[in-house]
Design a protein around this ligand. Sequence first.
Ligand code: SAM
Length: 303
Amino acid sequence: MGRTSKDKRDVYYRLAKENGWRARSAFKLLQLDEEFHLFQGVTRAVDLCAAPGSWSQVLSQKIGGQGPGRVVAVDLQAMAPLPGVIQIQGDITQLSTAKEIIQHFEGCHADLVVCDGAPDVTGLHDVDEYMQAQLLLAALNIATHVLKPGGCFVAKIFRGRDVTLLYSQLRVFFSSVLCAKPRSSRNSSIEAFAVCRGYDPPEGFVADLTKPLLDHSYDFNQLDGPTRIIVPFVTCGDLSAYDSDRSYPLNLQDGSEYKYTPPTQPPISPPYQEACTLKKKGQLAKETHPQDCPISRVDALSQ
Ligand code: SAM
């Protein structure tokens, strides 16, 4: 079945068209607001990864405040203009984009930062989850520069194997973090939304764009202040015990003779098994160029 026919059967797709939303995603933000009253008292918001712009539409319609600049929307892709929405075309993982966003908030804060960003999925779950997490962390980094204390951050999250690590990272900055799945988000999709309320960075935390997560700089030694945690390093074992980096003679100093002891649990299919089989048959030879080789490895194995 083609993509179009499937989309036509999707009620949120049809409702979005009927109600003038640019994408069915609008319902995800609306349903998140129904549950968490995200727009209450909000006059300024940032919409990260905003194209084609249905979340920006929702934001510009639902939040108070006057004039342009109430919503700053960012995406890799160009977006058709929307009233009251400042648009930035750029990559949110890049320092230059982050700086451009922050410039719009000189002297004032945002009440709400949302990010519905998703990478182009590869189908390799680990890779997709990792990419999604990096996008979320880049969004979080931007949020730490623009959010007012007590502000709210909502970001798409993939509920993969390592998602608890992300929750812990978010919990460092927000008094409440929970995971929400709006009705309009397909059950078959791994996506959900981290709803982080009560922006409250650790005491002494200074938001710094040169820190990791932007421009793919992953030197975590750059962390300092309350974000840098140094765990104790402990060595154990008697210093006069055998050194694991040294080779020792087979006959140990106490004069005892070396005796072979078979492994307690031999590997079930070790990578050298094939070589052992060939050796037993006298067929193990050094690799040579095919033209020099009288018997190929495949031939030898099939014998
Ligand atoms: N919330 C949007 C709406 O309601 O119309 C839909 C967002 S769509 C699911 C995901 C968007 O993330 C795409 O438009 C894509 O271009 C954007 N995106 C992905 N990676 C990005 C990045 N590194 N920087 C900026 N935008 C990005």
